[in-house]
Design a protein around this ligand. Structure first.
Ligand SMILES: Cc1cc2nc3c(=O)[nH]c(=O)nc-3n(C[C@H](O)[C@H](O)[C@H](O)COP(=O)(O)OP(=O)(O)OC[C@H]3O[C@@H](n4cnc5c(N)ncnc54)[C@H](O)[C@@H]3O)c2cc1C
Length: 475
């Protein structure tokens, strides 16, 4: 990567570290105010009000979506859905549980299990101008570790995901998501996180270990070190299979393991992002420290000379983060309010967009949100900074089954929009489904709007059915 942007980067960083209230001047460019609430002079009218986005859905799909969102609005169900699902699983058995979940919550948020089912979902998406981003939602949390063999099986699933993403003509610039805890035990990630708080590991050592060198990492027992080396080699295989073909977006998980996930992701970036951003990291803006983490990543990408890909999200684990902090008597790592998270999201977004406007080939971002104001903000800022929506350095992301009105409106305006498409068995996707249900409680206006639009579309079809289509034709 060229070194020409070093001076402007350090100037940039110092401006940013002065605080968000500082006047924004970058290399002589005066940047417009980026207040979240107002001032977004959107170059195009992104109204997100058009229920016709749902015309592509069948009657059954409309009813299912409304039913699932309705269920997700019942606090007692959502708060206990993890427990309820495991109770139902033990009561009904695998088959019975699957029979209930498959046509409902699973069908809403998951593409399917077989390659055929996935292909149907992907083709439908492509025909609507949306780009599928496959995700294998295999993950582990503390106490769920499964052993080396299972991680090797998970590696096969990840490699298959690379292959499915790449080998079909569903999209021009394919992306997939990767969960590190599918390949490396959460216990080790937690241990590494605590070690990293005292002593940094050298990124070059991690890269060499990925290449198969038997490095001894300080602080780990022999068996932990062995598992770390195996995990790094699994990640290396994913990197080797995907580089120059599929962009791999590594998910962020819990704060008690994120530093370890970032370490291995940065090592992957250092190794595989020499000619382009093939490996990306995720930044959760609900975290108070997200600004520092993002600036640190930018700084590392400059110092270590690699391209940086950023998935910007608000964060999906708020309830558990808060509960744990309370239990352990630590300060809450999550911003106090939704508004503070919004400010954090838009501030981090501005940092990336400003950088991209200066060095469009070195940085990439996926604005991964269902939040209409953040999307409008990004579009407005791209216009203001002259960022080409077709160049690929900025794209948008939403989850399958959520806020199709946002995705379709953006795609109609010519932006690159990816839909995160999880696939897998009912059993493997349960933690993912639990999170989606919980999220639908915290994803505030987006889902309410989606429900209203779904209802409007349903009413339109019922009216059309009653009037024999005369009303629709008259319009
Ligand atoms: C393509 C894609 C990839 C994703 N990958 C990841 C990932 O790797 N890791 C991950 O953690 N999440 C990931 N997510 C989920 C994401 O973090 C959010 O949970 C989800 O998108 C909802 O946020 P929003 O910006 O869409 O919606 P909004 O409705 O605008 O915001 C809801 C979010 O705001 C935050 N929030 C809500 N209430 C409060 C409050 N009282 N105080 C502080 N903050 C609050 C929470 O983060 C909540 O999820 C991903 C999402 C997408 C679309």
């Amino acid at each position: 990567m060229s070194l020409f942007f070093r001076p402007s980067f350090h100037h940039f960083l110092s401006v940013r570290l002065l605080g968000t209230a500082a006047p924004r001047t970058l290399n002589g460019k005066h940047l417009e105010s980026s207040s979240f609430q107002g001032g977004d002079a959107c170059p195009v009218a992104l109204s997100f009000e058009d229920p016709s986005a749902f015309r592509v859905k069948s009657f059954g799909e409309l009813l299912r979506a409304l039913g699932v969102f309705r269920l997700c609005s019942v606090p007692i169900l959502v708060n206990n859905c993890g427990k309820l699902m495991s109770f139902a699983r033990s009561l009904l058995g695998k088959r019975g549980f699957s029979l209930i979940l498959r046509p409902t919550v699973y069908a809403q948020f998951v593409a399917g299990e077989t390659e055929g089912e996935i292909a149907v979902a992907m083709e439908k998406m492509s025909s609507l101008g949306l780009r599928p981003m496959l995700a294998v939602p295999i993950e582990e949390d503390l106490g769920e570790s499964t052993g080396e063999r299972r991680y090797n099986d998970n590696l096969e699933a990840m490699l298959e995901c690379v292959q499915i993403s790449h080998s079909n003509a569903w999209t021009t610039d394919p992306m997939m998501q990767l969960k590190v805890t599918a390949l490396l035990s959460p216990e080790l990630c937690v241990k590494l996180t605590s070690l990293l708080s005292k002593e940094k590991y050298d990124l070059d050592d991690v890269v060499r270990a990925m290449d198969g060198e038997p490095i001894n990492f300080p602080g780990l027992t022999e068996s932990e070190n062995m598992h770390f080396l195996c995990g790094l080699q699994r990640l290396n295989k994913v990197g080797e299979a995907s580089v120059s073909k599929v962009r791999v977006l590594v998910d962020a998980e819990y704060t008690y393991m994120n530093p370890a996930l970032s370490l291995v992701t940065m090592a992957m970036m250092k190794k595989f992002n020499q000619k382009g951003a093939w490996i990306w990291n995720t930044y959760q803006c609900y975290l108070k420290e997200s600004r520092l983490l993002l600036l640190d990543a930018i700084s590392q990408s400059v110092d270590q000379s690699f391209y940086l890909g950023v998935k910007l999200v608000r964060g999906a684990y708020m309830d558990k983060e808060r509960k744990l902090a309370k239990q352990e008597g630590r300060p809450d790592p999550v911003h106090q309010s939704w508004e503070d998270t919004n400010d954090s999201y838009n501030g981090n977004l501005d940092i990336m967009l400003d950088l991209i406007s200066l060095h469009p080939h070195c940085y990439r971002i996926i604005v991964a949100t269902h939040n209409e104001q953040s999307v409008r903000h990004a579009v407005s800022r791209m216009g203001g900074l002259g960022i080409d929506k077709h160049a690929g350095s900025v794209c948008f992301g939403q989850l399958l089954g959520m806020c199709d009105h946002v995705s379709l409106t953006l795609a109609q305006q010519g932006y690159s929009v990816y839909k995160s498409v999880p696939y897998g068995s009912v059993d493997d996707t349960v933690p993912y489904l639990v999170r989606r249900a919980q999220e639908n409680r915290t994803v505030l206006q987006g889902i309410r709007k989606e429900r209203d639009l779904l209802r409007q579309e349903l009413r339109r079809r019922l009216r059309e059915g009653l009037t024999g289509g005369r009303e629709g034709r008259g319009k």
